[in-house]
Design a protein around this ligand. Structure first.
Ligand SMILES: Cc1ncc(COP(=O)(O)O)c(C=O)c1O
Length: 371
């Protein structure tokens, strides 16, 4: 027990982590995974230009990073055709979500999300005492109209909506999102998490004026740019809201090596396009592996594919356990009926070979146990 007393809120929170990392699992198993396909990391890695920029920046790591992330913000502003004051850089979307929740949520405030959606957001809401209200998925999609209707009903201050979604990889049309914006209730902010948007069809991206006061968009270098370990994300919103982050953020949270890497990655469009092509191929391959085993997979707009194991959550968990036991790190949705699936990140061909080899026997074992 610490000598100082926890706040009442922290006292009541269960000791929990949203995810048990693959490293922790490796320590438990006593060996490394043969393939790492569970955290939607981009196994194809960052642009060689980003790697060079990070190597070049390494000797300067005795210096703190620029607390304003000036160069990266300017480059992003140019990239998106919006003013710099509409962009905030942070230590991944995860940290930005935490800052955002800290800005808006105090004990008892209502927050609406989908049951089984990205759990790190929920973790932040719990940590500030917010009251999470959850809406079921509709046909494996996060249901924006239902989320907004619930927000109105309960007087929510925040609504979380990921497009494309994790863990199912599904997407809504940008025009449908645009049409729903009028239904954001007064006093409520819509968080549009677009961590995977670079992998999605163009029509998944809504056109939302940057001055719109009730929407904030989140993007990341962790997925399409292959830099999850560098922890670089950014938020785009109207300028006042962006300024709000400065009241509470960790001003020296950004590592200068990561800032340099992100800047170089953003400039390397050819590499980004190659990555998107690689991911496309991997999605096709995962779908084929599923099909070869008589299973369906969900069409994905992300760098992972949900394979429907064809039965209930217990069965999918049994399949997952066997795949993991065979040395392949994968994860699955937490909530029914989505938990009938296991979720496979888009690996390189050699990673997917390893998965394929493990998957058939895992399915057979799970079926035998169930029979
Ligand atoms: C929907 C979603 N948002 C955000 C993140 C995390 O992004 P970052 O690495 O920028 O914190 C993830 C990571 O898996 C995710 O699936």
């Amino acid at each position: 027990m610490p000598s100082a007393k926890y706040t009442d809120l922290v006292e009541k929170l269960p000791a929990s982590v949203p995810f048990v990392g693959p490293e922790a699992q490796e320590r438990t198993r006593g060996g490394e995974f043969a393939a790492r396909l569970g955290a939607n990391e981009n196994v194809f890695g960052p642009s060689p230009k980003a790697i060079k920029a990070m190597s070049d920046a390494a000797s300067g790591v005795w210096m703190y990073g620029d607390p304003e992330s000036h160069d990266l913000r300017h480059a992003l502003a140019q990239h998106h055709g919006i003013p710099t004051e509409n962009i905030m850089i942070g230590e991944g979307i995860d940290a930005l979500l935490g800052y955002l929740v800290r800005m808006f949520i105090t004990q008892g405030d209502k927050v609406v999300t989908s049951a089984g959606a990205y759990p790190t957001f929920n973790y932040h809401v719990d940590g500030f005492g917010g009251d999470l209200v959850k809406i079921p998925y509709h046909n494996d999609h996060e249901d924006l109209p239902a989320l907004l209707a619930k927000a109105k009903e309960v007087g929510a201050k925040l609504v979380y909506f990921a497009n494309p979604d994790n863990p199912m990889g599904t997407t809504s049309k940008g025009t449908d999102i645009e049409a729903a914006l009028d239904d954001i209730p007064d006093g409520c902010l819509l968080i549009l998490d677009e961590a995977y948007v670079e992998f999605a069809p163009f029509d998944a991206c809504p056109n939302i004026p940057i001055e719109q006061e009730n929407v904030i968009r989140m993007r990341t270098f962790s997925k399409a740019y292959g830099m999850a370990g560098a922890r670089v994300g950014y938020a785009m919103a109207e300028a006042d809201l962006i300024t709000g982050f400065n009241k509470i953020r960790n001003h020296f949270g950004m590592c200068r090596i990561s800032q340099a890497g992100a800047l170089a990655a953003l400039a390397d469009t050819d590499y980004l396009n190659q990555t998107i092509e690689n991911i496309d191929q991997a999605r096709i391959r995962i779908a084929e592996i599923a099909k070869n085993h008589g299973l369906n997979s969900l069409p994905s707009a992300t760098n992972f594919v949900a394979i429907d194991c064809g039965e209930d959550g217990d069965f999918a968990r049994a399949v997952l356990t066997e795949v993991v036991a065979a040395g392949v790190f994968v994860r699955m949705p937490f909530v029914a009926p989505q938990d009938r699936c296991i979720r496979i990140s888009c690996g390189r061909p050699q990673d997917l070979d390893i998965f394929e080899k493990a998957f058939g026997p895992a399915l057979a074992l799970a079926r035998r146990k169930r029979a």
